[in-house]
Design a protein around this ligand. Structure first.
Ligand SMILES: Nc1ncnc2c1ncn2[C@@H]1O[C@H](COP(=O)(O)OP(=O)(O)O)[C@@H](O)[C@H]1O
Ligand SMILES: [Mg+2]
Length: 458
């Protein structure tokens, strides 16, 4: 069989990575913008793999079943048509292993499962994928999919050798292709960010593909997309992962970048200090020395003993002339211990009641205050580049909790959930900045008192 296909430059690059069995690359993330030819490439790769590896099993999935059938599978049949292979194999709509699903069977014994990958309360551990024996998979719009089922599925790559028609054996290595649009979750933590920093794992690759990379795109589509709101244009046209269109995100990305350049904010005003402590070694010990609304990170260590923390903090307070009553440290670390040595400093208890009753607790109140000051370009942080990256990362990932609920109190997501968005790291710099808001909260007054007299009309 002789098939000729044309791929755009980015598609070709990804295709080569996906078909080279000696490069050690098992996961390829492709995309980052709309209409870069993601679904088309994924389907093409799956079809050609099935044809060239007789008896192999592929897996094509999207989060939702209806999206899978309405979009990805439509592209699958389009690609079969483009290859002149319409009617080549056969397609069966049948529930399999207790789930709705469709499969495509090739004449050489290969097959492809089409599955949805949404979370199902009946199957919290994704056991429904536990018995597949796969050769490879293509997850379309992988940013919608949770990390857990992806790792369950990666554990199912067991069908890695088989027989060719001439009796020889084929052997391959596991390969997964994920297509994506920008989102800050595992695709960002595992691929996009490490790739930018040159720290990408050897078995992974990220190929950024944008609308401009797809010569088959209708110009009218791009013109129309350019007229969308700023966040959409940044994400889908330019593939900017740092722009979130999630209304729950608290910090504006441009404001976060400005935070380090707001030179109109002068170093004048009262002195204060906030510190995130770390004794166990897995967090950072960070001290911010504040003059008015300018924060200088004056200390940043991976690990410290209680004695060191006490000495470092004392030194900073002395050197920068910061009063004890305007020094705040987190109580969960070792605030209580410190307080007995540095009497008069404040301990931060995030669960304490807020000044303003609209907030769930003190922590929420302080994070909202921080967002207000950052988004309003009313703070400046002086620090090194690595710290700046962390601060943008941490604050950029913070979200408001229960945003759909308009009767509850204002709150931010739980620390565990936030850590997950940060690839397991703890938001120490953010906590340091947030605690300083303790001194910047505003008292709410009850407003003017009005007395009303109600009398019955005679
Ligand atoms: N290599 C290709 N050859 C022919 N058509 C292509 C190719 N790549 C993409 N296309 C076309 O470009 C359009 C957008 O591609 P698609 O894969 O759906 O984009 P995405 O999934 O990135 O949004 C589709 O209509 C598809 O037919
Ligand atoms: Mg697509």
């Amino acid at each position: 069989m002789n098939i000729e296909i044309q791929l755009n430059e980015k598609q070709l690059k990804a295709y080569e990575l996906l078909t080279d069995y000696t490069n050690g690359i098992t996961e390829v993330l492709y995309g980052g913008g709309a209409r870069g030819g993601k679904s088309w490439l994924g389907c093409l790769w799956q079809i050609l793999r099935r044809i060239s590896l007789p008896g192999s099993v592929g897996f094509i999935a999207r989060r939702e079943f209806s999206r899978l059938t309405d979009t990805t599978m439509v592209t699958f049949f389009e690609v079969l048509g483009d290859l002149g292979l319409t009617g080549y194999g056969y397609y069966r709509t049948a529930p399999s292993q207790g789930e709705p699903g469709n499969s495509y069977f090739f004449p050489n014994g290969s097959m492809i499962y089409f599955r949805y990958i949404d979370w199902d309360p009946q199957d919290p551990n994704y056991d429904r994928f536990g018995s597949y024996s796969l050769t490879d998979m293509f997850l379309d719009e992988a940013q919608e999919i949770d990390e857990k089922p992806v790792s369950v599925l990666r554990g199912r790559f067991s069908l890695l050798r088989g027989k060719n028609a001439d009796g020889t054996e084929w052997v391959t290595i596991p390969k997964a292709m994920y297509s994506c649009n920008p989102k800050r979750n595992w695709i960002y933590n595992d691929f996009v960010k490490p790739a930018r920093e040159g720290l990408l794992a050897k078995f992974r690759a990220f190929i950024k593909a944008l609308p401009k990379d797809n010569p088959y795109l209708e110009p009218a589509y791009l013109e129309n997309l350019m007229r969308a709101d700023k966040v959409t244009v940044q994400r889908l046209v330019y593939g900017n992962f740092e722009y979130e269109d999630d209304p729950a995100v608290l910090f504006d990305f441009d404001a976060l970048r400005d935070l380090f350049y707001n030179e109109h904010i002068e170093e004048v005003g009262g002195k204060s200090c906030s510190a995130d402590l770390a004794m166990k070694g897995h967090d950072h010990f960070v001290i911010g020395s504040w003059t008015g609304n300018v924060c200088k990170i004056v200390l940043d260590k991976d690990y410290s003993t209680g004695r060191e923390i006490e000495r470092d903090l004392k030194n900073v307070m002395l050197r920068e002339a910061i009063p004890r009553s305007l020094t705040i440290v987190d109580a969960d670390g070792m605030g209580a211990y410190l307080e007995s040595y540095l009497e008069g400093i404040k301990e931060f208890h995030g669960g304490n009641p807020p000044l303003d009753k609209r907030y769930q607790n003190l922590r929420a109140e302080c994070y909202f205050k921080l967002a207000e000051l950052v988004n309003g370009r009313r703070l400046r942080v002086i620090c090194n580049e690595a710290q700046r990256e962390r601060i943008i990362d941490e604050l950029g990932a913070l979200k408001q909790a229960h945003i759909d609920n308009d009767v509850g109190k204002l709150d931010v997501i739980k620390k565990d959930e936030w850590k997950k968005l940060l690839g397991g790291k703890s938001p120490d710099y953010a906590d340091m900045l947030m605690m300083a808001m303790y001194f910047r909260r505003t008292k709410v007054t009850a407003g003017a008192q009005v007395s009303v007299q109600v009398r019955r009309t005679e």
